[in-house]
Design a protein around this ligand. Structure first.
Ligand SMILES: NC(=O)c1ccc[n+]([C@@H]2O[C@H](COP(=O)([O-])OP(=O)(O)OC[C@H]3O[C@@H](n4cnc5c(N)ncnc54)[C@H](O)[C@@H]3O)[C@@H](O)[C@H]2O)c1
Ligand SMILES: N[C@@H](CCC=O)C(=O)O
Length: 543
């Protein structure tokens, strides 16, 4: 095949989710890998220019959050010198990487997807379970499935972007050169999704950029293995440079560098705003305006109409609020329920919440694991304590916490008639569901309360059978959520099906795993070629 053929990329399909039922071969393989990883404490070096080196700053332990004395690995907090090496490595790798054909770049990520879904599957899943305290179901939908989906669908969308070319009038050929950005992209990723950690550095890389990537300390075990998967897939040295630690010194270097071309961030709203402010303060010093993409916090809602099916509602409440301990940005944390339905489901719902099993995720019968670390535990404990002291709030389920072995917080349900209470607007990022009960006839008012109830705009859902009610919610809550669900929980977006991201305080809504996101990592050049150029400057009207 000639080297410059316009190829078709493989048609992407979502990676099938395995169920790990008792006795299944995949469960057996996974349990063996869990034993291996839990039985070792490994160094977690950075990867800069293809070389593994330990961060020169203080040592940070990576532990199992559900058993916090069980160490999994140790990383070194990156210093300014480490940061300089990483930025320089990304800049040095730029020319060769961006001159590689799209197909060559795409092949690396398609191969990485197959390696992740194949021989590396148990390793990355086990690392995600142990290091981030995910149950097997939650780890499976994250790594490998969502990340393999990101890698495969990104290639498909990128090919569509490259194929998007302008019209040409007679005698002219117009072309669009979808260039990468000039400089390096800085990717900063959260603890809660291995897939997001893998996608944020690689989406810009697919478009021809080189990257400095900083994973969250608590996610570093699975991040370490992702770097190995990318290397095994043939990612050249320096294209993605992984730097470990809290990111403070790294940001001092990366955000001050004139070659900063973009920030690809997912994490809390506060961190994003502080990074953006630093970029703003340095604005005059950059070679080009850095692209800023950030997906951040949420206070995600569910609103039920009096026509809602009680079983659908109960399931959406429990799964939406408590899967992965409420530590998804999409997690349901405020619900607005009509009084009639609330009275109908309350006893069953609370009994089911009380029965949810919380514990070590290597016991596959548990529904929930632990919160990620002590700050997360303290934040949720303090929120529960405040709610218990607040006479306008009633604690109706959970409320217990215990950090003796792991950072455990029981799934908790709070009810308040005061829809302005902080429990409806503050992101706790834990298993706390705030419920506001409204009079069945006040549907109109409740939609207004949902819309204005929090500064965020990430995910939300309506549960109703009445089509007029569904249509009203879809219309009236148009700006309240970037991902909106009808008769489902507000979590669990699938790449290629529900492009993910939110507005308002929740981010720039550039939709991870979609063409919108990939476009941010390109800077188009328009090329016009005239075949028979004019040779006389005078126009006909001049006579
Ligand atoms: N909208 C989304 O798509 C989405 C997805 C996942 C998580 N989140 C949000 O992320 C938050 C939870 O994740 P988290 O606790 O990891 O968030 P966080 O803001 O504490 O940390 C995110 C990342 O930023 C790093 N960081 C912090 N300060 C930094 C600095 N000065 N320089 C460089 N890096 C720095 C952290 O080490 C981590 O890697 C929640 O608010 C959640 O809603 C949003
Ligand atoms: N994409 C995931 C959320 C990622 C945020 O943490 C979901 O839709 O549940």
């Amino acid at each position: 095949m000639p080297i410059d053929a316009v190829t078709q990329v493989p048609i992407p399909r979502n990676e099938p989710v395995r169920d790990y039922a008792p006795g299944s071969p995949e469960r057996d393989r996974l349990e063996r890998r869990l034993d291996d990883l839990a039985g070792e404490v490994i160094p977690l070096p950075m990867t800069i220019a293809g070389e593994q080196r330990f961060g020169a700053g203080e040592r940070i332990d990576v532990v199992q959050p559900h058993h916090h004395t069980a160490r999994l690995g140790m990383l070194g907090n990156a210093t300014r010198e480490d940061a300089r090496l990483a930025v320089d490595a990304a800049l040095a790798a730029g020319p060769e990487w961006r001159s590689l054909s799209f197909d060559d770049r795409a092949a690396v990520f398609l191969r990485a997807a197959d390696l992740l879904a194949g021989p590396w599957r148990e390793t990355v899943t086990a690392a995600t379970m142990l290091g981030q305290s995910k149950t097997v179901q939650q780890a499976e939908i994250d790594s490998p499935c969502e990340l393999a989906d990101f890698w495969r669908f990104n290639v498909h969308f990128a090919r569509q972007i490259l194929a998007d070319q302008p019209q040409s009038s007679p005698g002219v050929w117009n072309r669009t050169d979808h260039r990468p950005l000039e400089g390096f992209v800085y990717a900063v990723t959260p603890f809660n999704f291995t897939a997001i950690a893998g996608n944020l550095p690689t989406a810009p890389a697919l478009m021809g950029n080189t990257v400095v990537w900083k994973p969250a300390p608590a996610q570093t075990l699975s991040a370490f293995y992702l770097m190995r998967v990318l290397e095994a897939a043939g990612l050249p040295p320096g294209v993605v440079n992984m730097v470990t630690g809290d990111g403070r010194q790294l940001s001092q270097v990366a955000l001050a560098d004139p070659a900063l071309a973009g920030l690809h961030f997912t994490g809390s709203t506060a961190t994003f705003q502080s990074l953006w402010q630093t970029i703003g303060a340095n604005l005059g010093s950059y070679r080009a305006y850095p692209r800023i993409v950030g997906e951040t916090g949420g206070k995600d809602f569910l609103v039920a109409h009096r026509s809602a099916d009680p079983q659908i509602l109960k399931t959406a409440l429990i799964r939406g609020a408590f899967e992965y301990q409420g530590q998804k940005c999409s997690a349901l944390s405020r619900a607005y329920l009509p009084r009639g339905l609330w009275q109908q489901i309350k006893d069953d719902l609370l009994a089911e919440v009380d029965a949810l099993t919380v514990g070590d995720v290597t016991d596959l019968s548990n529904f929930m694991g632990a919160l990620i670390d002590r700050p997360a535990f303290d934040r949720n404990r303090a929120a529960i304590d405040r709610a218990v002291r607040d006479p306008t709030v009633e604690l109706v389920a959970g409320g217990q916490y215990d950090d003796a072995i792991g950072y455990f917080v029981r799934p908790t349900v709070l009810v308040s008639g005061d829809h302005r209470n902080e429990i409806f607007s503050t992101e706790y990022f834990g298993p706390i569901l705030a419920v506001h009960v409204y009079e069945d006839s006040r549907w109109d008012d409740v939609l207004r309360r949902v819309d204005s109830g929090s500064p965020y705009g990430l995910t939300g859902s309506v549960i109703a059978q009445d089509r007029y009610a569904i249509a009203q919610a879809v219309e009236r809550l148009r700006f309240a959520a970037g991902n909106f669900y009808v008769n489902d929980r507000p979590t669990g977006a699938v790449v290629g099906q529900q492009p993910f991201g939110g507005g308002r305080g929740s981010g720039t809504n550039d939709k991870a795993g979609a063409a919108q996101n990939l476009l941010r990592w390109t800077s188009a050049r328009s090329i016009k070629e005239t075949f028979v150029p004019p040779t006389d400057h005078r126009y006909p009207h001049m006579g």
